[in-house]
Each structure stands twice: as structure tokens, then as C-alpha cells.
Design a protein around this ligand. Structure first.
Ligand SMILES: Nc1ncnc2c1ncn2[C@@H]1O[C@H](COP(=O)(O)OP(=O)(O)O)[C@@H](O)[C@H]1O
Ligand SMILES: [Mg+2]
Length: 203
């Protein structure tokens, strides 16, 4: 049985058996040839990064990836999406600590997620935090890119979990201390915030 579980701005997500099919859909407002290119490159980039990230943190396993169809077939993760459950979980702080550690592991391996929000995290039945949706991700060694990634999760928490966001973000930073370069990145984060340029888009 097939079930559409999400239809976002970029992609349609179908749950079929124990699989998840993520297919990037045409955007009629984009020039067709550019749209093709963009969907193709994002599909390629996402599967490449998912593959790399899976060496360090829990991510859905890729079953197949087809740039020409703009389609990635991956393992379906049964669990709770953190955007809707984090506030009410008794171990929310511990989970945030894990999130911080996992961001550190990505960053220490030069993976920038690019869209760190709790909508892109699933808590599995085994209590693992899966990171998904690497479509805006990229590889970089730059402290600036890592700091902006942290700033994005801070803004996402502020928007979605405003009652708890300070405690949640502190727990994330606590977890992030396992990073080899955490003090450098945190200093950079202060600069990013002072500059105040990285406002998350809300539309
Ligand atoms: N591997 C997966 N297992 C279970 N659910 C998933 C999986 N991948 C995506 N989803 C669900 O589909 C939603 C949208 O997927 P996502 O990759 O974040 O696409 P978008 O680019 O549209 O945000 C997620 O928030 C999540 O609920
Ligand atoms: Mg998403």
C-alpha cells in the first residue's frame, strides 16, 4: 500500500511498505531547464550527503537513488517527528543533548546539514534521533558555515518550541561540546548573531 505522507515545497513523500520515496516535483514557476537541473542536483546532493552522514549518525539508509527521476528511495523511519513531539517528551533535554552531539559529528566531518529544524528529525522506537532532509546540505570546512547551521537550529527552536527553546538550545550546545572545534565555532556563532543577517525565511 502507498500513502502520501507529505507534500512539501520541493518534494512529494510516499510511504510504501517499509520504504520512503522522496520525489522532487516540477516547479512551474521556474524556467523548465533550470528546474530540471536544480531537482537533479539536489537529488544527487541529498543522496550523497545521506550516504556520508550515515557513517556518523542515524540517518535513513538509501535503497536506491535516481537523479533522472529525481527520486530517492530510502528506509522508512517509524517514529515521532520531533517538531510535534519534542515539547511533550519527558526526556526532551536528553534528546537535545543528543542532537547537539550529532550536529558536532556532522560538522567534524565537514557536513553542513543546511536545514536543521525539528521537522527534519525523527525519534525512532529505539530512541535514536534520525536526521533527514539533506537536500540543502553541503560539504564545508568553514567555521562560518558550521556556525550558521547552529544558528538555524536556534531560530527553528525559537519558532517551533518557543516555551522551551532556551533550555533546548543550551542542551544542544552542551552536546556540541564533543566537537573538536566547538569553542571556535561558538565564537563564530556569536559573530553571526551580532551581525544578525541570517534570518530564517518563514514563507
Ligand atoms: N525516511 C523517512 N522516514 C519516515 N518519514 C520521513 C522520511 N523522510 C521524510 N519523512 C517525512 O516526510 C517529511 C518531509 O520530508 P523531508 O525530507 O523533510 O522533505 P521536505 O524537503 O519536503 O521538507 C518529514 O518531515 C517526515 O515527516
Ligand atoms: Mg524537511
Amino acid at each position: 500500500m502507498e500513502q502520501i505522507i507529505a507534500k512539501g515545497a520541493e518534494a512529494i513523500l510516499v510511504h510504501k511498505d517499509d520504504k520512503l520515496i522522496k520525489k522532487r516535483i516540477k516547479k512551474s514557476y521556474r524556467i523548465q531547464i533550470l528546474d530540471e537541473k536544480l531537482r537533479k542536483s539536489r537529488t544527487k546532493k541529498e543522496s550523497k550527503l545521506l550516504e556520508k552522514a550515515s557513517k556518523f549518525i542515524p540517518t535513513p539508509k538509501i535503497i536506491s537513488s535516481n537523479e533522472n527521476n529525481k527520486e530517492i528511495i530510502m528506509e522508512f523511519i517509524n517514529g515521532k517527528k520531533l517538531s510535534t513531539h519534542l515539547d511533550s517528551l519527558p526526556n526532551a533535554i536528553e534528546i537535545c543533548n543528543t542532537i547537539g552531539k550529532q550536529i558536532a559529528l556532522l560538522h567534524d566531518n565537514d557536513i553542513i546539514h543546511g536545514d536543521l529544524t525539528t521537522s527534519n528529525m525523527i525519534l525512532s522506537k529505539e530512541n535514536k534521533v534520525y536526521f533527514i532532509d539533506f537536500g540543502l546540505g553541503f560539504e564545508s570546512k568553514k567555521p562560518e558555515d558550521k556556525a550558521v547551521d547552529l544558528h538555524l537550529i536556534k531560530q527553528a527552536l525559537e519558532a517551533k518550541h518557543f516555551q522551551n527553546y532556551k533550555e533546548f538550545f543550551s542542551a544542544i550546545l552542551e552536546g556540541y561540546k564533543i566537537s573538536k572545534h566547538h569553542s571556535l565555532i561558538l565564537n563564530r556563532l556569536k559573530k553571526v548573531e551580532a551581525r544578525g543577517r541570517y534570518k530564517q525565511q518563514t514563507c
